[in-house]
Write a protein that binds this ligand. Structure first.
Ligand SMILES: [Zn+2]
Length: 412
């Protein structure tokens, strides 16, 4: 039912029967398009009951290829114990402990389908781990370019999955440049290399869009009033918005949409800045620094789509300081029993601010995306312990100086 790819800038169509990256004319992100009218005739939401509890339960609206699956998706939608009408979508329960599993399951599925051999990715951390795992499962090579100071778990898991890891002295944008330089080499095409960077190929969005299908299905095909989403590259935001349009065309939901809320770290908030200035694209954020490594994206490639979604959905963009994020991480763990990645806990900071400002009312149903597990960030969060006034402080003080997570240049 996948008919073609469509440029999100100029609307040009491209064939979906071969590997594609971005629009050759204007660099626009390509979206997969389906014959939704035909799908509507043969498939209904009622037929989802009893299907496999993974994101591939939605295979009617995914490319027709043999999935590379490790059981990703269909994560719990947990009612908050603190706020009635608030739900935490716990993406930390995915394979490799983060929502990145969805996009990489879909992208690696298609890469194998097209006979590609070597997959390259610049990553701030969790996408690297996910690519490494799915490439291992698919029998493909993963080539990872990550900042030196990513959380230790990301580096170690890539190593164990057998990926080729290059540590870069810089940010994810510097890693992306390394991959871009490699693409100019003659071996790139000849040896079956492919760039699975965020939004530089069409299928990570397809994997991530299943979060939108799940929000609808798990809330009984009702749309929430708001979705708060920690936004680095913003693939999930793009994917969910795409899913809502598809579901409306399929007759699974009506025209109602949640307000889409971007939360970013105050140390790297290009979308928040662009939103506040009423711009249609973001500027490169200089000196990006935050312990929420997944939010250290100085300029997301899909900025124009993210800002458009905020506008169309009557949403907004909010920033949270590292101190606020750390407090929220601790609070969620204690109050909800959810040990979240700092990126996800930033949603709680945003929700509190939006409740205080009256943007959300107590009766509004709001979904907060806990995008990953805190277990992937033990070295980052352990530094928080060192700062906290607790007995753990004395024990930590005896250790060598903590490395500067979030700094651009680490001491090693
Ligand atoms: Zn185009």
């Amino acid at each position: 039912m996948l008919t073609h790819l469509e440029c999100t800038r100029c609307g040009e169509h491209y064939p979906a029967d071969r590997p594609q990256s971005v629009c050759p004319k204007d660099g626009g992100i390509l979206y997969a398009r389906y014959d939704l009218a035909a799908i509507k005739r043969t498939f209904s939401s009622a037929r989802l009951a009893g299907r496999t509890p993974t994101m591939w339960r939605y295979d009617a609206v995914l490319p027709d290829a043999n999935p590379v699956s490790l059981g990703e998706g269909f994560t719990p939608m947990l009612p908050s114990r603190e706020y009635p009408n608030v739900y935490v979508k716990d993406e930390g329960l995915n394979p490799t402990g983060s929502f990145k599993a969805r996009g990489l399951s879909a992208a690696v599925t298609m890469a194998r389908h097209f006979g590609l051999k070597k997959l390259a990715i610049p990553s701030a951390g969790n996408a690297a781990g996910a690519l490494a795992a799915y490439a291992a499962a698919a029998g493909l090579e993963a080539h990872i370019f990550m900042p030196k100071d990513v959380p230790a778990a990301n580096r170690i898991e890539c190593d164990y999955y057998g990926a080729h890891v290059t540590l870069v002295d810089g940010l994810i944008s510097d890693c992306a440049k390394k991959v871009a330089d490699m693409k100019k080499e003659s071996f790139w095409q000849k040896d079956g290399w492919f760039d699975v960077s965020t939004t530089k190929e069409p299928y990570r969005v397809e994997g991530k869009k299943t979060m939108g299908y799940e929000v609808a299905e798990q809330l009984g095909w009702r749309m929430p009033q708001g979705i708060i989403y920690p936004t680095g590259g913003g693939v999930g935001l793009l994917g969910m918005w795409k899913a809502f349009d598809e579901m409306e065309a399929l007759g699974w939901i009506g025209p109602e949409r949640p307000k889409m809320i971007v939360v970013q770290s105050a140390g790297c908030a290009p979308i928040v800045k662009a939103w506040e200035e009423g711009k249609q694209s973001a500027e490169m954020w200089t000196s990006a620094a935050t312990l929420a490594s997944g939010l250290r994206v100085p300029k997301p490639y899909g900025d124009y789509l993210i800002l458009d979604i905020l506008k169309k959905s009557h949403g907004t963009a909010v920033s949270a300081t590292d101190e606020e994020i750390l407090e929220a991480t601790r609070h969620w763990a204690k109050v909800e029993g959810i040990f979240a990645a700092p990126e996800g806990a930033a949603c709680l900071v945003a929700y509190r601010k939006l409740r205080a400002s009256g943007f959300f009312k107590p009766e509004d149903t709001v979904v907060l995306f806990s995008t990953g597990s805190g277990l992937k960030y033990l070295d980052v969060l352990d530094q928080d312990v060192a700062r906290a006034p607790s007995p753990a402080k004395a024990a930590s003080a005896a250790q060598p100086a903590a490395r500067q997570i979030g700094g651009i240049i680490g001491p090693y």
